[in-house]
Design a protein around this ligand. Sequence first.
Ligand code: ZN
Length: 202
Amino acid sequence: MAQKSVAGPEIERLIQLLAKLPGLGPRSARRAALHLIKKKDQLLVPLADAMGVAVREIGICSVCGTVDTCDPCTICSDPQRDRSVLVVVEDVADLWALERAGAVNARYHVLGGTLSPLDGVGPEDLNLASLVERCAAGDLAEVILAINATVEGQTTAHYIMDQLSHLDVTVTRLAHGVPVGGELDYLDEGTLAQALKARTRV
Ligand code: ZN
């Protein structure tokens, strides 16, 4: 027997969309939807406005691949940052984690993932060509590979080292503090700062 509807399809659609968010299953999506609806003026309307702005204004930086409302992004166009150092990360979440740690005042390059032949992710699927271009431009002294200590992360790091081996740039990696299999976004700021300080030449 088909289940009876308890509300209009608009509410079901809101729940289905919320259920696609990381960490939210159908049950918590239902709870979140109900919370939003009950707090319409305090929460639902401001959230809808913020999302409308996000849809209109937020894009991907054409230089480094992070998300921002301007292009080049705030970090790329910041004159206070050390332009001789480039920090390579897998994801925007890792960039944010490093910025929270405040360990480095450099610019970034966001790969958008890691090489994973099993999942069909090859070099052309990541921001790798633009990384080599930036490194070849000549004003960089050091490239820090702040890449997760997972199998895919290390495969990606080796690929990058190989691609940059003919260039006159020092490549370093994070050292102590990053557990094997660990993801940067889950580390506390102190561990992350330590790992960055103790980076090793490769
Ligand atoms: Zn940028």
